[in-house]
Design a binder for this molecule. Structure first.
Ligand SMILES: Nc1nc2c(c(=O)[nH]1)N[C@H]1C(S)=C(S)[C@@H](COP(=O)(O)OP(=O)(O)OC[C@H]3O[C@@H](n4cnc5c(=O)[nH]c(N)nc54)[C@H](O)[C@@H]3O)O[C@H]1N2
Ligand SMILES: Nc1nc2c(c(=O)[nH]1)N[C@H]1C(S)=C(S)[C@@H](COP(=O)(O)OP(=O)(O)OC[C@H]3O[C@@H](n4cnc5c(=O)[nH]c(N)nc54)[C@H](O)[C@@H]3O)O[C@H]1N2
Ligand code: SF4
Ligand SMILES: [Mo]
Length: 867
């Protein structure tokens, strides 16, 4: 069975073995040709009932699915009757399938009659959407993945693709191996894993990208980099060039805090090489000038004619698996379905297609404003589906408080407990990956099928079905009368071609006549798919015809950055983002043991000088504070940061750690055009945490350790591992925990170290190791003791010591695919492995997905320096 990975926007094809449900890459899928990254390879480990939301609940009580849907419909109806349609809202997700998304949008904008449906894509791709619409007249990504292989120069800006789009990155790595003359420019304030391959790394001042690209536009004009044949297809050329004339090398170097030679290296490559591909992601979009950043990039590709040809173009990498599908169906509050806006003609067209006279006439609330309206009590009901806003929205604590006060919170979820579902009045169990059935669209506009291959757990239902059932109960039955996602899909496809005639980029009308069998067998295809391009379209704009009424593309006079400056009280700038093996709020990847091995607790990357200035070293604990709140986690020293900047991953939540949700610190400052919040620049300060003890606790059941300065949890097979830090006597703390009296305790005290094992009828229930410092314990060895029969006295003694009598510890896992640890890798380097390939031959590390290779190389380099 073939399906598609539910994580990132690369959109890799996945093949499921019918016999044992093992997962491998689909060799025929054009996005990945058989490759998978570590998250994709671990998909099999996310199947099953554990941690899943199995049945509906209304205000904490289990109810039947019918009853839950009745409650949703009747309470929504009451609120609409009393306060009007604007008092209800949906908050959806780029992780829904296109069919789910289409139905949610149709219900809200077409029938409830308000446009209050927004999505987590507001935090993600909203600025890119604005950029494309302003430049091309349509939200249309021009490129395809083959361009990765065909480019002479690849510019990676505000993207850590090595970790966030690993399979696209591997294609790039391979292309560069085959054609070493291909150049890679990475533009990112910090040195990331993606810089491993870079010929030029521009560690620019955060937020200054607009100036760098405005300077490049100016440079193109001065250095003969304008494609004269492009000019008839462009509007606003003179005014845009005039506006950027002051961005000379000196001005750019000053604003971006870069060396002249580095800037010139980039500009010259861009100007002189015929095929340049610019890839960008959240470092560009999540900014107060997010929309302008996008147009600054689009400007240089348009003016130089580096678009619509192989190996060329501006290519925004989409984050989520179906961020693009959401844009197609109108998931954002400021657009209607199928790339339509709110002009009277478009509202009328949609009304005729849907047979509804209630289609919303004006845009609805964008994410930040939506949660503010909930806070003010203007929006009284919100249906959240496929996203975890209490964690992922800026000012997360304020969002959580708004949800707590909201009279009706409906949450469709696959996980039993999340930070958001804690506020739900109604919880609806959704089908997860492997169960659900429909389509997604990846970064390169490629529509692929996600297919169900396991039975749904409990009473889980498809998201589209839950929405359609509520629509039926609200009295809109005929318009929501589908029995299968195929019927939703063909309606969506028909709408894309309805009165289109080339006016709207999104057109998949050739798929509107698919039979159910054809839909089930649909092979990946790139839109547009219509009469003119029945087999899809790999690249757009080859004819240089754009979607503005005059057919031209628009340059925009943009580039003036808004630069965040730290303050006296908050002197550091906090950057946030992703790590290699976790997905967002960890509701799925956080439960997969091998994905938790790479980084197993919340951490802050600090420049060595900033750490030293605060008396902090590698492995210490610290608080990070902004004006809005504080965060707590472990220090990791990173020489790749610029002094004054730090980085915290976005992933940890209240389910996994005491105080590690970074969005509690981030202010909701947004780009005024796209409404996308600036999540990458927050002024903060450090407050070192000096616990009197630190320790490890393994126990079978989950708990919420109280009265501690810090804790963090790692689920392991059959046992939970906690790292703890507190004040006072650790043994006294442990004795306050519930259930202590029921166990028989075996203890060892050595100086200030406390090691304690709790047994029940000879079965290990708890293991606790504490000391004034973080004790070194062999984690795999202790975890294993929870799944093995009770051992000999000698083995128990070893367990009390926290390490096996013989054998060597592996250390932190770097290669998650083969479980190879840092210590093992260091030993192999000591023994002569001097390349990643040699390490691979000796230990297998890096030979599957390859995403640990940058770290393998770093270890080899560090070893060489040390010698
Ligand atoms: N492993 C993993 N992969 C993922 C995801 C995940 O959760 N985990 N999520 C997916 C999603 S939804 C998304 S949106 C993508 C995001 O993918 P990326 O955008 O690549 O990931 P981030 O880590 O958020 O940020 C990228 C980089 O932007 C840099 N940056 C910060 N400020 C600036 C700036 O002012 N200018 C420039 N040029 N760069 C800056 C950061 O240092 C960071 O390295 O990843 C997708 N893939
Ligand atoms: N500080 C900071 N904050 C950020 C970012 C950042 O870079 N820095 N990045 C932002 C970006 S780009 C994004 S995309 C967001 C992501 O943030 P979220 O969307 O909030 O994160 P997820 O953990 O992916 O949330 C998805 C939820 O849907 C559930 N789910 C999974 N599959 C299904 C399904 O099929 N149906 C339903 N109904 N539920 C399902 C999951 O269990 C999970 O709870 O975070 C944003 N927040
Ligand atoms: S690169 Fe993205 S789509 Fe491909 S396997 Fe990894 S997470 Fe899934
Ligand atoms: Mo995203």
């Amino acid at each position: 069975m073939k399906t598609t990975c539910p994580y990132c926007g690369v959109g890799c094809g996945v093949e499921i073995d019918a016999a044992d449900r093992s997962v491998s890459g689909d060799r025929q899928h054009p996005a990945n040709f058989g490759r998978l990254c570590v998250k994709g390879s671990a998909l099999g480990e996310t199947l099953g009932q554990e941690g899943r939301l199995l049945w509906p609940q209304v205000r904490g009580q289990r109810v039947s699915i019918d009853r839950a849907l009745d409650v949703v419909a009747s309470e929504l109806q009451t609120i609409i009757a009393q306060h009007g349609p604007q008092a209800v809202a949906f908050y959806a997700s780029g992780q829904l399938l296109t069919e789910d998304y289409y139905v949610a949008n149709k219900l809200m904008k077409g029938f409830i009659g308000a446009a209050n449906i927004d999505t987590n894509s507001r935090l993600c791709m909203a600025s890119a959407v604005v950029g494309y619409k302003r430049a091309f007249g349509a939200d249309a990504v021009p490129c395809c993945y083959e361009d990765l292989e065909q480019a002479d120069v690849v510019v990676l800006v505000g993207s850590n693709a090595a970790w966030a789009h690993p399979v696209a990155w591997q294609r790039l790595v391979q292309a560069k191996q085959q054609r070493p003359e291909m150049k890679l420019v990475v533009i990112d304030p910090r040195r990331t894993a993606s810089c491993e391959l870079a010929d030029v790394h521009l560690a620019l001042r955060p937020g200054s990208d607009g100036a760098l690209f405005a300077g490049l536009l100016n440079w193109l004009a001065i250095q003969g980099g304008i494609d004269q044949t492009m000019l008839p297809h462009l509007a606003n050329v003179d005014s845009t060039l005039a506006a950027c004339a002051d961005w000379d090398l000196a001005a750019v170097a000053h604003t971006c805090q870069l060396a002249d030679a580095d800037i010139l290296a980039f500009w010259q490559l861009f100007t002189t090489q015929p095929r340049v591909l610019t890839l960008w992601c959240m470092g560009i979009n999540q900014s107060q000038t997010g929309s302008d950043n996008n147009n600054a990039i689009l400007n240089v590709h348009l003016l130089s004619g580096k678009i619509g040809r192989p190996g060329c173009g501006p290519f925004s990498l989409t984050g989520q698996p179906n961020a693009m599908g959401g844009r197609e169906v109108g998931g954002l509050a400021n657009q209607l379905a199928a790339h339509m806006g709110f002009s009277p003609q478009e509202v009328d067209r949609l009304g005729r297609f849907w047979h509804s006279d209630r289609v919303a006439h004006q845009p609805g609330l964008m994410a930040v404003d939506l949660f503010r309206a909930i806070e003010r009590g203007e929006v009284k009901a919100v249906w959240i589906m496929g996203t975890n806003p209490a964690v992922s929205m800026p000012e997360g604590n304020r969002v959580a408080e708004a949800l707590r006060r909201c009279p009706l919170v409906i949450v469709s979820e696959v996980s039993a407990v999340t930070d958001t579902s804690a506020f739900a009045d109604v919880l609806l169990p959704a089908q997860a990956w492997g169960e659900k059935n429909g389509t997604v669209t990846n970064s390169e506009r490629r529509i692929s099928r996600q297919r169900g291959f396991v039975a749904p757990v409990g009473e889980a239902k498809p998201d589209w079905w839950l929405l359609a059932q509520v629509a039926q109960r609200l009295g809109y039955g005929a318009a929501f009368d589908w029995q299968h996602p195929h019927e939703v899909f063909v309606e969506h496809a028909a709408l894309s071609g309805f009165e289109n005639a080339g006016s709207r980029a999104f057109d998949i009308s050739a798929l509107a006549t698919l039979s159910r069998e054809q839909y089930d067998q649909l092979t990946p295809v790139q839109w547009p798919v219509n009469a003119a391009a029945p087999h899809g379209s790999s690249r757009l704009f080859a004819t240089r015809h754009f979607y503005h009424p005059d057919g031209k593309a628009r340059l925009l006079p943009v580039g003036i950055p808004i630069l965040s400056s730290p303050t006296r009280h908050y002197p550091l700038l906090m950057n946030t983002g992703r790590i290699r093996d976790q997905w967002h709020t960890m509701t799925r990847t956080g439960n997969v043991t091998r994905l938790m091995q790479h980084y197993d607790e919340p951490f802050v990357l600090l420049h060595p000088h900033d750490a030293a200035a605060h008396g902090l070293g590698q492995g210490d604990l610290t608080r990070v504070q902004s004006t809005l709140g504080w965060w707590c986690g472990r220090v990791m020293i990173d020489h790749g940061l610029t002094r004054g900047q730090l980085f915290i991953p976005m992933h940890w939540t209240r389910q996994f750690s005491a105080q590690a949700n970074v969005d509690g610190l981030v202010a909701a400052r947004s780009c005024p055009v796209s409404g996308q919040p600036a999540l990458k620049q927050t002024a903060v300060r450090l407050q070192p945490l000096r616990p009197q003890w630190q320790g490890w606790l393994w126990q079978r059941a989950r708990c919420d350790p109280q009265q501690l300065d810090y804790w963090s949890r790692v689920p392991q097979s059959g046992v939970q591992r906690y790292v703890l830090a507190g004040q006072g006597d650790p043994a006294a703390w442990l004795h306050q925990q519930p259930g202590m009296d029921e166990l028989e305790w075996q203890q060892a005290h050595a100086g200030q170290q406390r090691h304690m094992l709790g047994w029940r009828d000879g079965v290990l229930e708890r293991a606790f190791y504490a000391a004034p410092w973080l004790p070194e314990i062999d984690h795999a060895f202790v975890a294993q003791a929870f799944s093995l029969p009770p051992g000999s006295a000698q083995q128990r003694h070893a367990l009390l010591g926290g390490r096996p009598e013989q054998g060597e510890s592996q250390g932190r896992t770097l290669c998650s695919c083969f479980g190879v640890g840092e210590l093992a890798i260091r030993r192999a380097i000591d023994q002569g492995c001097q390349t990643a390939a040699a390490l691979g031959a000796a230990l297998k590390c890096g030979t599957n997905c390859g995403s640990c290779i940058p770290e393998l190389k770093q270890l080899i380099a560090a070893h060489t320096v040390a010698q």
